[in-house]
Design a protein around this ligand. Structure first.
Ligand code: NAG
Ligand code: NAG
Ligand code: NAG
Ligand code: NAG
Length: 964
């Protein structure tokens, strides 16, 4: 047997299958068994929306994969172990626009490696190990606009490294080792269109404009933060267009020398970050003066070298400055005079300080503030001075230490739209709390230990759209709790301890579209019909990770979701479930517009037959991690719109249930970690829309049963099979630990499939040959005619008692005649006294040869075939075997005796199908094995000739030689 080939071939039932297989093999044959990989399934990547994603795989690649199709527009090779980019790696990607090589180990890039990427716009080389950039490294990238190369250790740059990047507008070369500005000059002098330059954290200590250039640069944004700048000296107007400038986070303790001679040099900067910058007070004044007419946003974090109120006063005199950020300044008290001059400020960020107290009047002159953040401070209550800011629209008080809310806290904030109070601790709300917030649209109250809603939402907040109450300690929702929220669309109640949903608990929420109730303690009794029946416009309901577990699949009266006819998404899954659950057969009743259903991990053993008949629009079904093992097509046939099916980890042994379900729109199947062994052609053919199939973690039968699938994976231009090249074999034993895609389809040549192929293709070929070249093939046709006659003759002889003229007909090849004449003939005829029929001696001259053969075989009791390689090759000899075996099978008489003159290994017999089949059934005599004991050989032959035709007898007698 050939390794890896199963013996029983019960699969081939009809002729049509035979023809299909033949066509596959015909295709294969044309390609000389070299299968070109032109399909969609890649070894290390998957294609999604025109991009090759080769990242976050189990196995990281060390080279750029070769099988990425040249039609992709993006390649993501991030987080791998590539160390070198070769010239040949990106030769053929004419329409590639984005290439991500970040987080590899690249130390070397061959010159010209990117030369053919004529369409590339964006190249990411962040977090590699480049230290020296060679000459014309980016040759060919004339369309590149974005280059990210941060987190390398670049210390040296060749004069022409960046020469070709004439379109570049964005360059991030942060976190490197470009100590000197003249290195930066080598880079930017080639980049006429550069607008954004990030040079963060490069150890630059001297910034002298003459080192960069003598003419102006087009930069609009410059990030010099985290450099230990000692001197900042601009003597020429090199940044006429600079609007965004970050020189913050300077780790220098001594004051930086600031020499900007002309006040117009930075006069367009609108966003300035001077966090932790240490300048002498006069220099600081000079800096702020130079942006006096353009600044809108000023960031001053960690200004530990200054008296903050002085800085605030200076900056608030800049009339254009409207956004002031003062994070991380360790402020604990906001004094009343701090913002006296900040009349033009509209956004103030005071987050990440230690503020406990805001003095009265602190915001009296800042009437213009619209957005105020006080998050991450230590406020014990809502500070009263906030009510002075009558124009406030957004207030962030999250992550403070507020323990109590009072009715007057927000009394004056009638224009407030967003209020963030999350991450505080006020266990009970009050009914008067939000009464004045008539315009409020978003209220965030997460993680604030709220256990009681106390009618806070019964009469107020008519314009509220989003309410976040998740991560609190609510245990029940009572009748009318949200009655006043007539505009509410999103309600988050997840991660509470809700066990009870009382009747009418969602009354008034007629506009609610999203309701999140996951991770509570809801049970099947908590979600009765009446819980949800007011939510007529609900589109999304998340009930996952609760304690809902049905113990029967019998119908519910009434079904819980019967009023939710607009619902599109229902999530029901649990994270951890140990006990088995059942699905009531009508649980989905009423969900006529449901599109997405998530029922992961419910430990369902099966689905009730008609469970999906209520959801005809369903497009995405997730039933991962159940214990299904077997699914019926009937379950799926009502959901003809299904596009995505997730059935990983469900103990499935086959996907064949999909064949009859007829899901013609199904595009996506994820069936990881099942027990799928064979993927059949019928299955794939029944899914005409399939574009993505994920079968990771299954183990396959690596034999001819999967050849069709294997070839399809390689060829399909429509469907990609994720991870296909990692599919492992679990059968047959010799293939254990090997990969399915490494199984050689060629080995299926010598089994029945191949015979099948031979017979059909030769029929086709014969037809062609007969039609076109009858002239040259007359002789063969004549033979076919006689062979046909022989078959008739055979049929005629079937029931007729034939008189045996000879004891044995010897079938042999002329090549072996010497052995027959010198050894066999004397032994059998002279010594043992049998009557033999030999063609050279006993055939009737003039009679057609096929008649002679037939007569000789039917006229003899036995036929001895003397088998050698020559014999097998000879056409007539194989006819003799054929006729004899007709007799063998048709008359049920064992007339054949096989004598091997040479040792022929069984795999060499592969093409001689009939012979192989005979050998499987019969024992035989081997002359070479007889060795010196020829007497034993002749004795066995004598016994074989002696036996009558009863099959039992000869089995007993002929089992003298073991098969190889
Ligand atoms: C790339 O640049 C060339 C000129 O260098 C231009 O003709 C071509 O349209 C650009 N291609 C893309 C995709 O931008
Ligand atoms: C500055 O911007 C203006 C208008 O956007 C532009 O015309 C000019 O060329 C830019 N200056 C430089 C040096 O690129
Ligand atoms: C800035 O550069 C000018 C011209 O090169 C030089 O005269 C001046 O001393 C420099 N300033 C500082 C603070 O180094
Ligand atoms: C400042 O620079 C601008 C533009 O380069 C120039 O017009 C102006 O005369 C300079 N002013 C001084 C005081 O040098």
């Amino acid at each position: 047997m050939h390794p890896g080939v199963k013996e029983d071939k019960t699969r081939l039932k009809g002729g049509s299958e035979c023809i299909k297989l033949s066509i596959i093999f015909l295709l294969l044959n044309i390609n000389h068994f070299v299968v070109p990989v032109t399909g969609y399934s890649l070894r290390n990547c998957r294609i999604s929306r025109g991009k090759a994603l080769c990242t976050k795989n189990k196995q990281q690649v060390t080279e750029v994969p070769r099988d990425i199709p040249s039609t992709v527009e993006g390649i993501d090779l991030s987080s791998n172990k590539i160390s070198k980019i070769h010239v040949s790696d990106f030769k053929n990607f004419p329409i590639l626009t984005t290439l991500d090589l970040s987080s590899n180990k690249i130390t070397q890039i061959d010159t010209g490696a990117f030369a053919n990427l004529i369409s590339l716009n964006s190249l990411n080389l962040n977090n590699n190990k480049l230290d020296i950039l060679g000459d014309d490294l980016f040759y060919g990238l004339s369309n590149l606009t974005e280059l990210r190369i941060h987190g390398n250790k670049i210390k040296s740059v060749a004069p022409t490294s960046f020469k070709s990047l004439t379109s570049l507008t964005f360059l991030d070369i942060s976190n490197s080792k470009l100590h000197q500005l003249n290195k930066v000059h080598l880079i930017i002098k080639h980049l006429p269109n550069l607008q954004v330059l990030y040079l963060q954290n490069n150890d630059i200590s001297y910034f002298n404009s003459w080192e960069l250039t003598n003419s102006s640069l087009g930069l609009t944004s410059l990030d010099l933060s985290k450099n230990p700048i000692k001197v900042f000296n601009i003597t020429a107007d090199i940044f006429p267009n600079l609007t965004w400038f970050n020189i913050g986070q300077c780790p220098q303790t001594k004051p930086t020398k600031w020499d900007v001679r002309n006040k117009t040099f930075l006069s367009r900067v609108s966003t300035l970050d001077i966090s932790r910058l240490h300048l002498k007070m006069d220099d600081m004044k000079m800096l702020l003066e130079s942006v006096n007419s353009s600044l809108t946003t000023l960031r001053m974090a960690q200004m530990k070298h200054y008296l903050l109120s002085t800085l605030i006063n200076i900056s608030c005199t800049i009339p254009t400055m409207s956004k002031l950020q003062l994070k991380q300044n360790q402020l604990s008290v906001i004094q009343s005079h701090f913002f006296q001059l900040c009349v033009n400020v509209t956004e103030l960020d005071l987050s990440y300080n230690q503020i406990q107290n805001i003095q009265e009047g602190a915001f009296r002159s800042t009437q213009g503030i619209k957005i105020l953040s006080l998050s991450h401070n230590k406020l014990p209550s809502v500070p009263a001075p906030l009510n002075d800011i009558s124009n406030l629209t957004e207030l962030d008080l999250s992550s403070n230490e507020i323990t109590k809310l009072e009715c007057h806290d927000f009394a004056n904030m009638t224009k407030l739209r967003h209020l963030h109070l999350s991450y505080n601790s006020f266990p009970a709300l009050q009914d008067c709390l939000f009464k004045d917030l008539v315009k409020l649209q978003v209220l965030k109250l997460q993680n604030s230990s709220i256990a009681d809603l106390k009618n806070a939402f019964k009469n107020s907040l008519p314009n509220l759209i989003k309410l976040h109450l998740d991560q609190n300690k609510l245990t029940a929702i009572k009748h009318g709790d949200f009655m006043g929220l007539q505009s509410l669309q999103n309600l988050s109640l997840h991660n509470n301890q809700i066990k009870k949903l009382n009747k009418g608990c969602f009354i008034g929420l007629t506009n609610l579209t999203n309701l999140l109730l996951q991770a509570n303690r809801l049970e099947e009794d908590s979600i009765k019909h009446y819980s949800f029946n007011n939510l007529k416009n609900l589109k999304k309901l998340d009930l996952s990770n609760n304690h809902i577990r049905y113990k029967k699949s019998s119908a519910l009266h009434p079904p819980p979701f019967s009023n939710l006819s607009r619902l599109e998404t229902l999530a029901f899954y649990v994270q951890r479930r140990r006990e088995r659950a059942y699905l009531p057969c009508n649980i989905l009743q009423g969900l006529t517009n449901l599109l997405v259903l998530d029922m992961r991990n419910l430990h369902l053993p099966s689905f009730p037959k008609d469970v999906f008949k209520y959801t005809p629009q369903l497009q995405t079904l997730d039933i991962r991690s159940n214990e299904l093992s077997d699914l019926s097509p009937d379950v799926f046939s009502p959901i003809q719109s299904l596009e995505k099916l997730y059935i990983s980890t469900t103990n499935l042994r086959s996907l064949d249930f999909l064949i009859d379900a007829n899901l013609t729109k199904l595009k996506f199947i994820e069936a990881k970690k099942n027990q799928l062994h064979v993927i059949r052609e019928e299955l794939i053919n029944s899914l005409p829309a399939l574009v993505y199939l994920d079968l990771e973690g299954n183990s396959f039968t690596c034999d001819c049963d999967n050849v069709w699938f294997l070839l399809w994976v390689q060829k399909s231009n429509q469907t990609q099979v994720f991870d296909a090249y990692n599919f492992e074999c679990n059968y047959p034993a010799v293939m254990l630990g090997k990969k399915l895609m490494d199984f050689d389809p060629q080995s299926c040549r010598d089994n029945i499939d191949f015979i099948c192929f031979i017979s059909t293709t030769s029929t086709i070929l014969l037809f062609m040959v007969v039609s076109y070249t009858y002239h040259f093939l007359r002789w063969q046709l004549a033979y076919a005619y006689y062979f046909f006659l022989a078959l008739l003759f055979d049929a005629k002889n079937k029931n007729r008692q034939t008189h045996n003229q000879y004891d044995a007909f010897i079938s042999y090849n002329a090549h072996d005649e010497p052995w027959v004449i010198r050894q066999l003939l004397p032994k059998l005829e002279d010594e043992q006294g049998w009557r033999l029929c030999l063609h050279h001696r006993d055939f009737e001259p003039g009679k057609p040869i096929i008649d002679n053969i037939t007569d000789a075989i039917y006229g003899s009791r036995k036929t001895i075939c003397v088998i050698s390689r020559k014999y097998l090759e000879s056409e007539w000899c194989s006819r003799e075997i054929q006729v004899a075996s007709f007799r063998l099978f048709d008359e049920q008489k064992d007339v054949l005796i096989l004598v091997f003159l040479e040792d022929i290994p069984s795999y060499q017999l592969s093409p001689y199908y009939r012979m192989r089949k005979l050998l499987k059934k019969k024992s035989y005599l081997s002359w070479p094995r007889a060795g010196e004991h020829t007497e034993l050989f002749w004795e066995k032959l004598r016994q074989a000739l002696k036996t009558r035709e009863q099959p039992e007898d000869d089995k007993f007698l002929l089992n003298v030689m073991d098969r190889p």
